[in-house]
Design a binder for this molecule. Structure first.
Ligand code: CA
Length: 222
């Protein structure tokens, strides 16, 4: 990543797109805007940005479809913008490979904080080495994983979450603790984010990879 990461903003409401772009440029990001689903996909393919800010409701096709298409060959971190009341769509979005979401109306400052948190994780040097548990193996230097010998495509957040459990076997974490340690959010709000990503990790690494401890939270499967 360069000192000035490139961000694609896919948003059809001009006022929001302009406000986001202005703030992100002031933070030193290179910003490019697309205003509908198809041009959003084209922009990301051409630009290869460091991160995508993606509105959920878009003309053409929606943000979930954009997310699927741009994640098909290479993972790029995605933060979704969603309106209040679109909770079920949101869960689909997180399932389609978004790393995080922020609900409209949001402050540009909050969005910038989320972007920095996701970029920090995406480019963190997790150390080299392999983490293994049952049929799951993660290569922390390449951020790649296999399940029963088959390569698994993990998003930044899914990888970090799985690695966290592998590094702390036998420990059960509350959702709030996971938000603080894996996502790096000091306020620990957004339990739905945790649940959606746990679902995604189970879908990719096996239903028993993460266990639910009722009334407490989640831990590595035993
Ligand atoms: Ca919209």
């Amino acid at each position: 990543m360069s000192d000035h990461p490139t961000i694609a903003v896919v948003e059809d409401e001009p006022a929001i797109a302009a406000a986001v772009a202005t703030r992100l440029r002031a933070e030193g990001f290179n910003v490019h805007i697309a205003v509908d689903g198809p041009s959003g996909v084209a922009l990301v393919e051409q630009l290869q940005p460091d991160l995508v800010v993606l509105d959920l409701m878009l003309p053409g096709f929606d943000g979930i479809e954009v997310c699927r298409r741009i994640q098909s060959d290479r993972h790029v971190p995605v933060i979704m913008l969603t309106a209040r009341g679109n909770e079920s769509d949101l869960v689909l979005g997180l399932g389609a490979g978004a790393d995080d979401y922020i609900t409209k109306p949001f402050s540009p400052r909050a969005l910038v904080a989320r972007i920095h948190a996701v970029l920090r994780r995406a480019h963190a040097a997790p150390g080299s080495g392999r983490l293994r548990h049952r049929g799951v193996e993660l290569d922390t230097s390449g951020r790649t994983g296999t399940h029963d010998g088959v390569a698994v495509h993990l998003t930044v957040t899914e990888f970090d979450l799985a690695a966290w459990f592998l590094r702390h076997p036998g420990v059960v974490f509350t959702r709030e603790q996971l938000l603080q340690s894996v996502w790096g959010y000091p306020d620990g709000s957004g339990e739905r984010t945790v649940d959606s990503h746990i679902q995604a990790v189970r879908r990719k690494l096996g239903p028993d990879f993460v266990r639910t401890v009722h009334g407490v939270g989640y831990g590595l499967g035993q």
